[in-house]
Structures are given as C-alpha cells and as structure tokens.
Ligand binder design. Sequence first.
Ligand SMILES: *Cc1c(COP(=O)(O)O)cnc(C)c1O
Length: 420
Amino acid sequence: MHHFHYKDGEMYCEDVPVRTIAEAVGTPFYLYAHATLVQHFNAFDGAFEGTRHLTCFSMKSNSNLSVLKLFAGLGGGVDIVSGGELFRALRAGVEPKKIVYSGVGKRDEDLRFALASDILMFNVESSQELMRINDIAGSMNRMAGIAIRVNPDVDPKTHPYISTGLRENKFGIDIREAPEQYAVAAGLKNIEVLGVSCHIGSQLTEVGPFVDAVAKLMELVEELAGAGIPVKFLDLGGGLGITYDREEPPHPREYGGAIKEMVSPSNLTLVFEPGRVIVGNAGILVTEVLYTKSTPEKNFVVVDAAMNDLIRPSLYNSFHAIQPVRKTGREKLEADIVGPICESGDFLAKDREIDALEPGELLAVMSAGAYGFSMSSTYNSRPRAAEVMVRGDRFHVIRKRETFEDLVRGEEFPDFLLNG
Ligand SMILES: *Cc1c(COP(=O)(O)O)cnc(C)c1O
C-alpha cells in the first residue's frame, strides 16, 4: 500500500529495497515515496476539479524543501505559520500569490517579511493582529490582503490537542464577533478584505464537522455581502484525517462532493490547507533494533529512533504501525518499542504485537510523513535524522543527517568562562 510494499518478504519503497537505503545512509532516516506524494496531492486537488480553488499545502506537517518544490510544481501553494516557513517556501519556489499565512502569534518582523514578499493573504486571528497588520502595511505603503479566521464552534471529534475550532480554543475570532471585526477591517486604509477562513482541527475522520463549519461560514459570507463587504476567498483550512490504524476517513472525493455543493451557487474561490492527508502516508521512519530485553513485566525492543525523531506517540499517544523491513516469520511477542532517550515517555509503540526481533534488524514506523521530521528536535543531543526521497528505482538524500558540529553551531563561550 502507498508504494511501501513487500517483495519476497523484503520491504520496498517504490522500486528500491528499504534495506539498500539504510545501508547507504545509516539509521534512523525518514523515507518519502515520490509517487505517493504526487498521488495524494492530485487526489486532494482533483477532488475540487471544476470549482475555483487553491490547494495550499500546510507546510508545518512537512517542510522539507524538496517536498515543497514537488507540490509547487503540481500547482500548489502553501499555508505558512512563521517567517521561517515563508523563507523555506520561497526558497523552494512557491509562488508568493499562492501563500496564506495562519497563526495566532505573528511577529512584526515576520509580518514585514510576508508583506514585502507579496503573499496572497493573512488569516487574521485577533483584533490586535488586524491593527498591527494595518499599521505595518501602512508603514510599508502596501495593502495587506486578509481573511479573518473565524472560530465556528464545531466539534471536530478528534484529539483535544489538535482540535482548534471549539469556542474554548485559542484560535481565530468567535464567529459571532466576526461581522464587527470585518466592519473594522473594511474601514482600515491598508487592509483589503479578501476572504473568510477557518481551520477546525486535525485528523478528522468524518465529513460532518466540515459540513457544519462550511454552513456557518457561508452564512457569514452572505451576511458580509449584505453589509457591503463581499469576499472572494473561502479558506476551509486543513484537517482531513488518514488511516494510521483502523480509522476510515473519508476520501478527499467525498469531502469535495459534500463541500462543492454547498458553495457552488457562490462565486467564491475555495482555499484548502491540507497537510497530513497529503504527506502522512507518503513517509516512513526507518530505524534499527539496538537491543531487546525482557523484564518480569514486559518485553522491550530498543531502537535507534526516539521521541526526538518522532514525537507523536509521546505527545498525543498516537498509533503508528510498525513493520519489519524484512519479514522473518518468527513467533510473535508483545513488546514496547522504545528509543534511547532518558524519558519514560520515549516510546514509538506500547504493548505491540510484533515478530520477535534481533539486534541489527530494521523496522519501519509507518505513516510518519506528516508531523514527523518537522516536529523533530535534537533532545539528548541527538542529531536530526536524514530525509530521503525515492522516485522509481532511484533515491536521493534530500536532507543530510545532522552532524555533531551542527549540534553546537552558534554556541559561544562568554569571556568570563574563558578567562576566569
Ligand atoms: C495544522 C494546520 C493545518 C493542517 O492540518 P492537517 O490536519 O495536517 O491537514 C491547516 N491550517 C492550519 C491553520 C493549521 O494550523
């Protein structure tokens, strides 16, 4: 499935044995299938064929330059949440007029950078931010295109850490206060009101919450038109879920079908900010077994990837399937798959049924393409993993493994430690 498959018991990514790559680049490493990335981008984008739309890949899910360049080449834009992401997007060749900027805490210098880069629009998340953008745009003699990110108060029925469209969440402006904020925005000299936006959460496995949000947003769009504030864009954010285990999320086609109908009478251009649904199942994390050990309580498999490489299990208690790179047919046992980090929260899987393993064998942590490398850190002074992309029978290291020198880059001793 998803261009990660077995041939004679050996896992391949497209036409390359995963083991071959491990031997060349070492472990752990992230591995992305070019064919899956293309297929998933096109499946999402194609679900809205016939409707004016822009697919802005949510690059916080995977911000590797090559991944961004690939999507830009397919006509995609990006959703950014920081100046650093804008820098990456421009470096990868994303068209500025296909960039939308979300986030509750946009800093002045990042706003200036985005205005100077002439991005499509800012998804504004507070009245103070609106004023700040107007001021900065004014000082630069520019117009800032904006949408107000409204909080529609719908329950996405997902993990609390990744639900964002409930009244108690920090994101956006309460939809009941939105008309007033739009009236303010419309009166600001350096603001051009372009759209209405929302993003209700991540890893949604039903269409219902999206439909509820769109219904509420369409009402707002009509109310604004009535008040003389027409908008061009309706940005529905991201959030479509994927299968990690047994989830059965809707296909983008179903999502598209439900949404297109609701907006078709209008002249709106739809904007989407999908992340996980495009890259999640296009990547795996490959790791080597270091040791196995058993206590009276449990079996442990200690691997060379850890929570610094993939934090989702520790942070959200997320499930990632773990598969052997070479099937052995050995007896199964139940074990915790854990990393070398000095935290009990450092695990990739708990109480997992898995073929018995020997040191030196390789495991693939599946569905790791989204919020994998992009959330990684160097905790425990572990250099960040390499990233590799396969296309057909070729593979390329798209980000080198960090070195020890990379770990200390920028650190300096103060005088009082050198001379005292
Ligand atoms: C995280 C995020 C997304 C992407 O969410 P996915 O669940 O990965 O599709 C889109 N828009 C905004 C504003 C986000 O914060």
